[in-house]
Design a protein around this ligand. Structure first.
Ligand code: GTP
Ligand code: MG
Length: 338
């Protein structure tokens, strides 16, 4: 089973409706009772529901078919068949549900516990009691239930996070995430330590909480598939703000910044027009004057120099996150139309 799955196709099948019953009332001393065959029950529906306890779609990897229960048959004495059990496929918030055949989006389940019905159960057949009429007092037939719908659906996850960490491999993104949240991503001194996105929650003093996504490092040419490519950028498409992370020990911070921006641009999705801040990390490894020179070349006022290792300047991060969130919120307000 893969550790992190963000796209998967599954088959969903609703239950069929139960058959209606053909039955006649029988009782001692009542030799010719009327028809009393009950209706079949409805088939179960299949739903897809967001569950914040989940973080990706890998739990759906083993079973690719999800089937709801069939409706029970009707029976004598006008007893209706039981309804088939509904089935709920759980997915992390941020999962889009698409119909495979048409590509149509059925739902975008962003909120926890939001759900959509993907296939509807069949209708139960009528029992013979239903067909009794002045011209036919003893109908000897009933209806079968209708079949449940069936289709293939594509589940496509785009994580829900407020802030995305973007940087070259080894810049210290995962280290930063581990310092400010309870997330414990793998950290190591080689590139591409992070192979799948990590999520952490930052709790600020005022009681608010933000979700931060740490994604694999980006290298020059990522848009052409180099390194781990750009496909995981889908997980920061929905963030309100981007935190760029640069390694202070590298030459040409300005070039690296440009590189990151141009890769984000080739991905599209408006990632470079989101509010941002630049963290120049690992300042413990470089002397102050060299650092000042490098920073000057960035020509940007939105820079925090810090060390995730020693914690230097890290106390300024919460306020930066908060202001980023505020700008993100303001910019997200719908524009008024004239
Ligand atoms: N000296 C120093 N080392 C740091 C600092 N921050 C991170 N490191 C080290 O840099 C290396 C890379 O850190 P990671 O957090 O794994 O970097 P990353 O950006 O997540 O890397 P990828 O997942 O490969 O993209 C690790 O050995 C960290 O211990 C820092 O401020 N100072
Ligand atoms: Mg990492």
């Amino acid at each position: 089973m893969p550790k992190f799955t963000d796209t998967i196709t599954i088959r969903v099948k609703a239950g069929h409706g139960g058959r209606g019953s053909v039955s006649f009332h029988r009782e001692k001393f009542i030799p010719k009772g009327g028809p009393d065959g009950g209706d079949g029950g409805r088939g179960g529906n299949v739903y897809v529901q967001a569950d914040s306890a989940l973080y990706n779609l890998s739990h759906l990897f083993k079973d690719r078919t999800y089937k709801a229960g069939n409706g029970g048959p009707g029976s004598g004495n006008n007893k209706h068949g039981g309804a088939g059990a509904d089935l709920v496929v759980r997915v992390p918030p941020g999962t889009q549900v698409l119909e495979e055949e048409t590509g149509r989006m059925i739902a975008d389940l962003t909120a926890d516990a939001s759900r959509c019905m993907v296939v509807e159960g069949g209708i139960g057949g009528r029992g013979n009691a239903f067909f009794k009429s002045p011209t036919n007092q003893t109908p000897r037939f009933s209806q079968p239930g209708t079949p449940g719908q069936e289709k293939r659906i594509v589940l496509s996850l785009k994580l829900i996070a407020d802030i995305g960490l973007v940087g070259l491999p080894n810049a210290g993104k995962s280290t930063i995430l581990s310092r400010i949240t309870k997330a414990r991503p793998k950290i190591a001194d080689y590139p591409f330590t992070t192979l799948v996105p990590n999520l952490g929650v930052v709790r600020l003093g005022d009681g608010s909480a933000y979700r931060i996504a740490d994604i694999p490092g980006i290298i020059e040419g990522a848009h052409r598939g180099l390194g781990l490519g750009l496909s995981f950028l889908r997980h920061i498409e929905r963030v309100r703000a981007v935190l760029f992370v640069l390694d202070a020990t590298l030459d040409d911070l300005d070039y690296n910044m440009e590189l990151l921006r141009s890769e984000l641009d080739s991905y599209g999705g408006g990632l470079t027009s989101k509010p941002y801040y630049i963290i120049v990390n690992k300042t413990d490894l470089i002397d102050k004057s060299a650092l000042a020179e490098k920073i000057k070349k960035l020509h940007d006022a939105r820079i925090l120099t810090m060390s995730a290792l020693t914690g230097e300047n890290m106390e300024r991060l919460p306020a930066i996150l908060e202001s980023l969130m505020e700008t993100g919120r303001a910019e997200k307000k719908p524009h008024q139309t004239r």
